[in-house]
Design a protein around this ligand. Sequence first.
Ligand code: IMP
Length: 212
Amino acid sequence: MAHGLQIRDEESGYNENLFCIPKHYEEDLEKVFIPHGLILDRTERLARDIMQDMGSHHIVALCVLKGGYKFFADLLDYIKALNQNVDKSVPVTVDFVRVSRNDSPAENISFDGEELSALNGKNVLVVEDIIETGGTMKALLSKIKDKEPRMVKVVSLLVKRTRQSPGYRPDYTGFEIPDKFVVGSALDYNEYFRDLNHICALKENAKGKYRM
Ligand code: IMP
């Protein structure tokens, strides 16, 4: 199930009037693609799969900011719930890395807010919101591997099916989605829409309103 729950290209989504959407975004969204409840259900199962594979040794959960924060918090809650109900639990510590993308090329990605030195000898779980080309994740992984962790696994809530993708796949995927720009559940467009619970497609003509 490494490819996650597949959302087909033809998926029309749900009418946004059937869900609670902040008023200030109502006109900008095409459809609700992944309702909040489904995101949580899938996250719970990812936590179980991750603990089965990594739960024998100290885990450092590394949140890729900013988009990863909501998924990270939900995933960690489920991991904690599993970890406090077993005979042999393991410490789970957290770390944060902020990614700045200075346009293409992919190598032009910088990371700040951390030293990553605490990863040496640990089981590292990198928690990301969305993978599109995989460029960001590959750059981050090469930085992490320099710190000689014991094991590195990547979980991404979303993986986008795109033609530019060179085929990078995370170890765990929540949902595989069509090649559309999505917002919500901490995924933003110019910092907006992080305060939307559901993952929604953004109307193309709404982007102008939120330009920087
Ligand atoms: P990649 O390096 O091409 O895999 O791009 C991944 C990054 O692009 C993510 O961490 C997001 O910040 C951003 N991104 C890609 N697609 C979307 C989207 O549909 N909505 C919001 N952010 C996106």
